[in-house]
Design a protein around this ligand. Sequence first.
Ligand SMILES: [Mg+2]
Length: 370
Amino acid sequence: MTLTTARVEAPVEALEVAAYTVPTDAPEADGTLSWTETTIVVVHARGGGERGLGYTYADVSTAKLVQSKLAGVVEGRDALEPQAAWAEMVGQIRNLGRPGITSMAIAAVDQALWDLKARLLGLPLCRLLGMAHDRVPLYGSGGFTSYSLSRLQEQLAGWAERGIPRVKMKIGSAPEDDPARVRAAREAIGPGTELFVDANGAYLRKQALALAARFREEAKVSWLEEPVSSDDLEGLRLLRDRGPAGMSIAAGEYGYDLPYFRRMLEAGAVDVLQADVTRCAGITELLRVDGLCRARAIPLSLHCGPQAHLHPGLALHQLVHLEYFHDHVRIEQLLFDGVVMPREGALFPDLERPGIGLELKRTEAERYAA
Ligand SMILES: [Mg+2]
């Protein structure tokens, strides 16, 4: 057989970056934040006649950072070595600080570089990374605290009816109303669908402990995410150890670098770790987070941006599921061709398409230019 890959030689010629702001279909809120629009920063890495795509849900200033700081670092580098580009980017942002938009900017570029490499080799990205699984199981996620009870019930039941076996709602905006909202959700989805709740850090420790018991008792909730601030590792540990049996404590979506995840695991703060490839500096770092989880036998759940997570998710040994987040599902369908739809409660990769299988719909996207 011929080693075709040995002939691929391509420098990264240019990074192109754009930001789009898409209004939500209704006001959205969780326990600690509310919003009416979402910005996505899209990066293309060009080289060897191909174009790799990566993105992050971040402020428009993240796009500027890609242009002003990262483009010059990555352009001219070997397009087949995304890890080397990653290390150089992380080195060059030393004085800017690693958490926050810096890691989101690196994430978008890193994804674009992995996608470019896969396209140059003519492979789906999941084949390049190696598939530990054939699918990524989903949970439906939305159930915003800004929703009426009927909208909440309709949305959650809709996912259950489409064969997605677990759904998540937001809680914490008005803690006194939460038990009734959670019971209403259980009523809507019936007994056979798992019910997850996410407080986004809105509760105090003992308040969370009391509500956790009620959610389990009254609505068989099996997942309690960020019951207290994800920075309160002792508080998370308290909930994990003293919360009801059958209820997992989860956090990790604000992890921007490997030491953050290591600290969370060392504190025994979570039953399931969460990570977001669009925040944690991309695929290169996400694979390492999987290794941390593997070493501690902790399951790994992926946060939001479902199309960005599908291919890297397939490579993660500790993967349990991916958050099929209403807001991002809508944006990805608006802006990208090649979006895959849920089947059997999971996303399956399209192995006929190279890379992550997505193309930006440029004309559509222009309407939302930020
Ligand atoms: Mg969350």
